[in-house]
Design a protein around this ligand. Structure first.
Ligand code: CTP
Ligand code: MG
Length: 230
């Protein structure tokens, strides 16, 4: 059986949400968002390590959450994050154990991922270097210039919105991060870094409920889902 480490970036400042408490530590239905998220991975048999990247101020909060999550056979580690999501993940990658062969990256603030979709993405690594969970674009996407003049309308049937988890063979993810850091390349997701080193990556259809808590409306929806109102 494959051995999987899940890296959970949780070091952001939550500017768009505007909450004084960092997003992963906001409680919904009696548990922090981070704890809801971690619990989705703990029922996946391949998971051997959970590595959370967070700000220096929140390291104790994460250690406290780990006490509620402990599961036999799973190592829990916390590392200090960086100024960009990519740096937070790079710091976590340095802590991935020798015995691990695949690594998943999943945002702390996507608590509605399902174990079934995680398992489906893992299974695709038999044939690909990576698997990205996403959904077909529902809006028409426009490419614009600096003045917002529309330059192009890509064919929507070929456009997907990438979510997380994004799961990769360990070696290629390490290579991709090393390459990106060396060449000062910043991607908005992990897949874009692996694409740049030639990795073959497949899109796995996830669900619309796998929302990223980003704006105040997302937090309201998350509260409604977890309280059973929708
Ligand atoms: N993240 C991180 N390190 C950073 C920035 C972001 O670990 N330097 C994490 C966030 O904590 C979050 C995930 O990356 O779990 C996705 O980022 P996003 O939703 O953009 O969160 P924030 O960066 O916190 O929010 P904002 O962009 O509104 O400031
Ligand atoms: Mg951000």
């Amino acid at each position: 059986m494959r051995k999987l480490a899940v890296i959970i970036p949780a070091a952001g400042s939550g500017t768009r949400l505007g909450s004084p408490l960092p997003k992963p530590f906001i409680e919904i239905a009696g548990k922090t968002i981070l704890e809801h998220t971690i619990s989705k991975f703990l029922v996946v048999r391949e998971v051997c390590e959970v590595i959370v990247a967070t700000s220096k101020d929140s390291i104790e909060r994460v250690n406290h959450i780990f006490k509620n999550c402990s599961v036999d056979g799973v190592d829990f580690k916390v590392v200090e994050g960086g100024a960009e999501r990519q740096y937070s993940i790079d710091n976590a990658l340095k802590k991935v154990g020798e015995e691990i062969d695949i690594v998943a990256v999943h945002d702390a603030v996507r608590p509605f991922i399902s174990a079934e979709i995680i398992k489906e993405a893992i299974s695709r690594l038999d044939s690909f270097d990576g698997a990205v969970v996403g959904v077909p674009a529902k809006d028409t996407i426009k490419l614009v210039d600096d003045t917002h003049k529309i330059k192009q309308t890509p064919d929507r049937t070929k456009l997907w919105q990438a979510q997380t988890p994004q799961i990769f063979r360990k070696e290629i993810l390490l290579q991709a991060y090393e390459h990106a850091i060396k060449h000062y390349y910043f991607g908005t997701d992990d897949s874009s870094l692996v694409e740049r080193v030639g990795g073959s990556i497949v899109m796995v259809e996830g669900g619309r409920e796998n929302l990223k808590i980003t704006f105040p409306i997302d937090l309201k929806v998350a509260e409604m889902i977890l309280s059973g109102k929708i």
